[in-house]
Design a protein around this ligand. Sequence first.
Ligand SMILES: CC(C)(COP(=O)(O)OP(=O)(O)OC[C@H]1O[C@@H](n2cnc3c(N)ncnc32)[C@H](O)[C@@H]1OP(=O)(O)O)[C@@H](O)C(=O)NCCC(=O)NCCS
Length: 157
Amino acid sequence: MKALQARIRKVHKADINRVVDIERSWHHLSHWSIDSYYRLISEDSFTSSFVAEIESGDSSVLIVGFVIFHVAADVSEIYNIAVESSYARLGIGKQLMTAAMDESRRREAAKVVLEVRKSNASAMNFYVKFGFKIVGERKNYYSNPIEDAFVMERETD
Ligand SMILES: CC(C)(COP(=O)(O)OP(=O)(O)OC[C@H]1O[C@@H](n2cnc3c(N)ncnc32)[C@H](O)[C@@H]1OP(=O)(O)O)[C@@H](O)C(=O)NCCC(=O)NCCS
C-alpha cells in the first residue's frame, strides 16, 4: 500500500487525550494509565515525544501516531510507539521511528534500546526492519498480562 506522508512534530500537553486514544485503539495490547502519559509528556526535559499528524478529509489535522523516548548519556530508550490501528501499515511508524533516531543521534546517543513483549510479533517485525536486534530478555517484565520482554537495540549510525 502507498505510504501516507505525515508531519512529525513535538508533542503538546493538549495532545495527551489523543495519544491515549491511539494507544487504546489496539484493544489486545495492555495500556498505560493516562497519568503515565501525562507525566512522561509533561516532563519534557526527561523525555522527548513526537506525534505524527495528517490532513484528514475535511482538511482538519488529525494525530495518528506517537513515539515517546528518553535520551540519557549515550543511550536512547524508546518507551512507547504506536500508530492508530486504522492507519497501520501506511509508513507512519517508520516516519516516527526515523524522527526518534534522528533526534537520538542529534543528542549524541550511540545506541537506541527498547523492550517488547515476546508475543508482539508485529512490533518485533517493525523493529527488525529498522535494524534492531535482540540482545537479551527480561523475565515477567510486563503486567496485565504478565509476560517476558525481549530487549532489542541498534546503533544510531
Ligand atoms: C508497531 C507499529 C508502531 C508500526 O507502525 P506502522 O505505521 O504500522 O508501521 P509502518 O507502516 O511504518 O511499517 C514499517 C515496516 O514495519 C514492518 N511491520 C509493521 N507492521 C507490521 C505487521 N503488523 N506485521 C509485520 N511487519 C510489520 C513491515 O516491515 C513494514 O514495512 P512494509 O509495510 O513495507 O512491509 C504499529 O503496528 C503499532 O502501533 N502497533 C501497536 C503498538 C505497539 O505494539 N507498539 C510497540 C510497543 S513495544
